[in-house]
Design a protein around this ligand. Structure first.
Ligand SMILES: NC(=O)c1ccc[n+]([C@@H]2O[C@H](COP(=O)([O-])OP(=O)(O)OC[C@H]3O[C@@H](n4cnc5c(N)ncnc54)[C@H](OP(=O)(O)O)[C@@H]3O)[C@@H](O)[C@H]2O)c1
Length: 290
């Protein structure tokens, strides 16, 4: 099975590397060509545009920031859709709006091609380790056909039903993650205000009922003043916006999500958008009026 990969960012680079290591012939494209160099050295082929990736591949994977990026790569000039032939499969592993993914799948079906939405969880470290959780929406037979690709990237790979259900599940994941990040930030900020030794506080609270993925992976970075992105604040803010849009369709009240979205938006406005999500704590340091 020839694989194509578009979007070689924090997640896409290590994911594409796993596909090569698993032996899939691989064609890649990303906006900043230099980012493809390590993959080309590992035997991947460069394509000059998304259409060329589609022409060379049976399955085309996209890992891009947001809904408009996926739309441009799929349907823009020199987009994937212009290079497709009937029977090819598109897998979008970005986190985007569920309604858009359903519409994209419909447009591709008109070209006799199938699409899966397959967003992931596990962060940069999960992508590097090849241990991502993968939440898949779309036709079950197509899912089964693509399973060997997914198995090269992750460990917990679940088919959740029709197109859009992967993205819907990812939004559930993201509101839980974001509220956890807020909880971690406030907890560590309180420890600091109280004059506690955070190096001692962290292992104690992480080993009790407050323990979480965030405390395990992100809190140590806060203590080291390391705000490099594994997952950028602006992308977490984007995910909360997507969740808010879906919630609004049901007229439901999600006060924690609304508050967390407002705080991540404030962090973006304060110029923290390119920090990792652990940088949310800097919001409290820079402003005590929240
Ligand atoms: N980071 C995480 O921990 C994490 C975890 C789970 C899910 N996600 C989701 O995964 C997706 C990617 O996240 P990321 O952290 O990898 O973001 P990222 O580092 O910003 O990577 C996105 C990549 O897409 C490329 N790109 C953007 N527009 C493009 C276009 N029109 N054509 C070709 N390439 C384009 C970017 O361009 P360049 O080549 O110019 O850099 C970049 O390499 C997002 O939807 C995010 O929400 C991220």
């Amino acid at each position: 099975m020839n694989a194509g990969f578009i979007g070689l960012g924090i997640m896409g680079q290590p994911m594409a590397r796993h596909l090569r290591r698993a032996g899939f012939p691989l064609t890649v494209y990303t906006r900043t060509a230099a980012k493809a160099e390590p993959l080309l050295a590992a035997g991947a082929q460069w394509a000059g545009a998304p259409a060329a990736v589609a022409a060379a591949s049976d399955v085309i994977i996209t890992m891009l920031p947001d809904t408009p990026d996926v739309e441009t790569v799929l349907f823009g000039p020199q987009g994937v859709a212009t290079g497709l032939r009937a029977g090819k499969i598109v897998i979008d592993m970005s986190t985007i709006a569920p309604a858009a993914t359903v519409a994209f799948a419909q447009r591709l079906r008109e070209q006799e091609c199938e699409m899966l939405d397959a967003p992931v969880s596990g962060g940069e470290s999960g992508a590097i380790a090849g241990t991502l959780t993968i939440m898949v929406g779309g036709d079950e037979q197509i899912f089964n056909k693509c399973l060997p690709l997914f198995q090269a990237l992750g460990q917990n790979i679940v088919h959740l039903g029709t197109n859009g259900n992967g993205q819907r599940t990812k939004l559930v994941n993201q509101i839980i993650c974001a509220l956890n990040i807020l909880a971690m930030s406030e907890g560590l900020h309180l420890a600091e205000i109280l004059g506690l030794e955070r190096e001692k506080v962290l292992p104690v609270v992480a080993s009790g009922a407050a323990g979480s993925w965030m405390l395990q992976h992100l809190a140590p970075r806060i203590l080291q003043n390391d705000f490099q992105p594994g997952f950028m604040i602006k992308l977490q803010q984007k995910d909360l916006r997507l969740a808010q849009e879906v919630i609004a369709q049901f007229g439901a009240e999600f006060p924690g999500t609304a508050l967390t979205y407002a705080l991540f938006t404030k962090a973006v406005e304060m110029g923290l958008g390119e920090q990792g999500t652990q940088g949310l704590i800097n919001l409290f340091k820079k402003s005590h009026q929240l």
